[in-house]
Design a protein around this ligand. Sequence first.
Ligand code: UT7
Length: 330
Amino acid sequence: MPTELRSRITGTGSYVADGVLTNQDLERIVDTNDDWITERTGIKERRIASREVASSDMAAAATRNALEMAGLGPNDLDMIICATVTPDRQLPATAAYVQRKIGATSNCASFDIAAACAGSLYGISIADSFIRTGRAKHVAVIGVELLSRVLDYKDRNTCVLFGDGAGAMILSADQGESGVLSTHLFTDGSLTDILHIPAGGSALPTSAETVERRMHYVRMEGRDVFKYAVKYLADAAKVALDANAIGADDLSLVVAHQANIRILDAVSKRLGISLDRFILNLERFGNTSSASVPLALDEAVRGGRVHSGDTILMIALGGGISWGSAMVRW
Ligand code: UT7
């Protein structure tokens, strides 16, 4: 009897710009210092894309890398899902630009999703659903952010945290034992205001006043987000472990959203999983929101930290507040 269809991650890729913004650089821009940033976040530097680069350029580069690893061409893709809160434009979808830039034909459905830092996990869940039901064979799930375009470099509460980057995963239909075992997604819409960009959308369109009041930049109640991040990331991990009857000790690797080393440390303690088993790259890239998980996964794969048969837990949380998990057998 044939086994059920699963989606397997057959390729990963990433892209970060060459431009590096260090904590020392930030000391010259806002009232901050390397000691504070390092101690409170674990971040030392982040990448900043140059002015002519758009999110779709970084996403396309990451997707090309992922396709190459998967041994596929752009026309093998049935779907391109681009998770981003920094799209090229309000209209059309950034995924459509990615489709054009990688040279995929119109046999591919391309659309964006906005679940902030949890976006790539929402993307995996959507791709997995299409693949399991036989409606797609190969799907590109991309997380990309050009956060430097929406950061207020006069606001030390936010501008020191984020960076630009892209990560991509190719999910392909398979019938083996490996692949996506589960996804779980959550949103608490009562918490929309603790992490948002106030203006530039239909609720508050751009005007001279919104620009004057710097309302097109990210605003965050950091302490509140921190508190929810620790609780909900740990909860999401527990739901994923329980759903798959997997013990914390059986996890090979945790690929968690790279927001703050103190959040990851607290989550690791709650779960009883040593930080050694977490992929950590926030020191070099900061918080890249939607790109964070696929970028970290790609580093882990290319760095030889992922082996066939490994059980990998991905968890992320961001604006919404939205969060979730994906459990994967490699
Ligand atoms: O990706 C989406 C998810 N996002 C997150 O998960 C972020 C979650 N939040 C955090 O990671 C932390 O809350 C932050 C890193 C944003 C802030 O750390 P904190 O330990 O919560 O600091 P705080 O906001 O409580 O601020 C403590 C002090 C304040 O000064 P006073 O009022 O005690 O005098 C801040 O004004 O640190 C000050 N401060 C800074 N000082 C130097 C805030 N930002 C800075 C800064 N440099 N960049």
